[in-house]
Ligand binder design. Structure first.
Ligand code: ATP
Ligand code: MG
Length: 567
């Protein structure tokens, strides 16, 4: 490609809302252009990168014998009602009506549509196992779209769905997909980890997430320092911590005017947050209230909480107005003394004694509180996020926490969808069996952002060859003035193309400084510079995006030299 036939869409400034480096660089390098919150156009250079990611994904999926198909973006409501997710999915599912007043939604995922296809075209166990995939645009009305294409509302996903006669066969394909994902992420050059995951709203038994390690990652992933345990924070259990010490203080009500937060209470009373508790109120299944109690310094894990029997799904925090009406106090003053709703206490709070809590009355707190003596009976449970230093749930070593960007996710769904949508085949014994299913997602557009998070410097992106918009840029100095430079540059460009090198010839009438800056911002891994001086000596200058060294190479050797540089 010559720059004059292309659009180099680099811009000077990143917008203020671009908080993380990949978002800033994707805008500055001109890969994407924002249309509205969570909606981006992919400019020619951005699309070129997407196509390279898609090619890798497609090649590896095809190698695994998965079959590509393509399903619609708009789904009729009836399908989602059949699986019950029309009600369950919540506001991320964008719904709309057609001109005949019929309900539709934009597909955030395609279990319903693929199960409907499987129902029609799979009849016998002899057709199984089979794995379908597509690379397609998804829409999720995310509550907080942010970080550019990292969490957008419209994004490209590779999603695959496998169908099986039994769990054993599902297990086999799951393992193949696990390895396929490793192959894909290896080729993209990621520093990533596969971790055990919660299977979330889709449901099912077994699940792994693939995370790119990066400080800006939205997810916390947990590792043991002494075993190969790795899981996301939802799947990392905390363990019971034994009985509390016997009370040593009397219960005492004290005045705490204007105090609302744990930090304020602790400052005023000169106690540590580890000696205080916080009480959160959630809705129960039968529309009454349940209290969830954590140690003052701990955080609620909503996924763990929503799995507890009796708690309404999805987890819903009670609003302050209802708390005022039912408990007679505002959020910051809730406590466990005289609290007449079920009390579920995190293991780390259940072993405390002589602690501080709100008094269910504004501007007052209790000190010297002890379970049982001062409260109704409680249920101890795992409610919180693990913190680093907690014991690893496998009993080996301590937990370390790192940040990750989820780029892929594989699930064993079991028969959840084939049960609700009645998708069966005739088994070997002639009887109908509901098929077992697996599903496997990769965030194609998120991969680009994750790659940039993992590899950049103060001049811009450092793409690995596998997904760089171009593998090589040729920057001729005075291309439009020196016929000799132009001739040599054109010849080299042509020779590179003959060797299937994805090369950009920057033939713009720009200052060299601008051409260098653009190619560095774009992250093109290899660069040749050609000038009259070089031509005099039969040389050309080479620089790798990863290093600051410049090397003189014989012009005649340039193509074989560059091929040697490739990974
Ligand atoms: P997250 O926890 O990040 O919301 P998810 O569990 O909802 O992800 P899946 O339903 O498993 O994601 O989707 C498969 C893949 O699609 C994810 O691993 C991720 O790479 C990508 N993905 C999901 N949501 C988005 C989004 N809003 N923007 C870009 N990519 C996304
Ligand atoms: Mg999500």
């Amino acid at each position: 490609m010559k720059s004059s036939d292309f659009l180099i869409s680099t811009v000077k400034e990143a917008p203020n809302d671009a908080q993380i480096i990949s978002h800033q660089l994707m805008i500055r390098a001109g890969l994407i252009s924002k249309l509205a919150s969570g909606l981006y156009s992919y400019l020619p250079i951005g699309l070129k990168i997407i196509q390279k990611v898609e090619k890798i994904v497609r090649e590896e999926m095809n190698k695994s014998k998965a079959l590509e198909l393509l399903m619609p973006i708009a789904h009729p409501a009836e399908l989602w009602q059949e699986s019950k997710r029309w009600e369950e999915y919540g506001p991320e599912l964008l719904r709309f009506k057609d001109r005949h007043d019929r309900d539709f939604c934009f597909g955030p995922t395609h279990e319903e549509v693929i199960t409907n296809i499987a129902k029609q075209y799979l009849r016998s166990y002899k057709q199984l196992p089979i794995n379908f995939y597509q690379i397609q645009t998804k829409f999720r009305d995310e509550i907080r779209p942010r970080f550019g294409v990292m969490r957008s509302r419209e994004f490209i996903m590779k999603d695959a769905y496998s169908f099986h006669i039994d769990e054993k066969s599902l297990d086999e394909t799951y393992k193949v997909m696990y390895q396929t994902y490793c192959n894909i992420f290896d080729r993209i050059g990621f520093n990533y980890r596969a971790v055990l995951a919660d299977s979330g709203a889709i449901g099912g038994e077994s699940s792994h997430e693939f995370h790119v390690l990066a400080d800006s990652g939205e997810d916390a992933i947990c590792f043991s320092d002494s075993s190969d345990f790795s899981a996301n924070i939802e799947r990392t259990e905390t363990l019971p911590q034994g009985e509390p010490n016997a009370p040593s203080k009397n219960l005492e009500l004290i005045e705490t005017p204007g105090v609302k937060t744990i930090a304020d209470v602790c400052n005023l009373l000169n106690v540590k947050p580890t000696s205080s508790i916080k009480t959160l109120i959630v809705e129960s299944e039968d529309d009454s209230l349940i209290a969830l109690v954590l140690r003052g310094d701990h955080e609620l894990n909503e996924v763990k909480a929503s799995k507890i029997q009796g708690i309404k799904q999805p987890l819903q925090m009670t609003d302050e107005e209802k708390v005022l009406k039912k408990l007679g106090c505002s959020f910051g003053s809730i406590g466990v003394v005289n609290l007449n709703i079920p009390i579920i206490v995190d293991y780390s709070a259940a072993c405390m004694s002589d602690f501080v809590c709100g008094a269910n009355e504004d501007d007052k707190h209790y000190i010297g509180v002890n379970w049982g003596r001062d409260t109704k009976d409680i249920i101890a449970s795992d409610l919180r996020n693990v913190v680093s230093g907690d014991p690893s749930p496998d009993g080996k070593g301590k937990i370390e926490i790192k940040r990750g960007i989820e780029v892929g996710h594989i699930f064993q769904l079991g028969t959840k969808y084939s049960d609700s949508m009645n998708a069966n085949v005739i088994g070997e014994d002639g009887r109908a069996v509901n098929m077992n299913m697996g599903c496997y997602g990769i965030g194609v557009t998120r991969i680009i952002a994750a790659s940039i998070e993992q590899s950049h410097d103060d001049r811009g992106i450092i793409f690995p060859e596998a997904i760089a918009p171009f593998e090589l840029v040729i920057v001729p100095i005075n291309y439009n003035k020196s016929s000799r430079v132009q001739e040599l540059a054109n010849q080299l460009y042509q020779d590179c193309q003959e060797k299937n090198i994805d090369v950009l010839l920057d033939d713009r009438k720009e200052r060299p400084g601008i051409m260098f800056a653009d190619s560095e911002l774009l992250g093109i891994p290899h660069r040749f510079v050609l000038s009259d001086t070089h031509a005099d000596n039969g040389k050309i200058e080479y620089k790798s995006r990863k290093s600051s060294d410049k090397i003189e190479v014989d012009y005649k050797e340039a193509v074989s030299f560059i091929l040697d540089q490739f990974d």
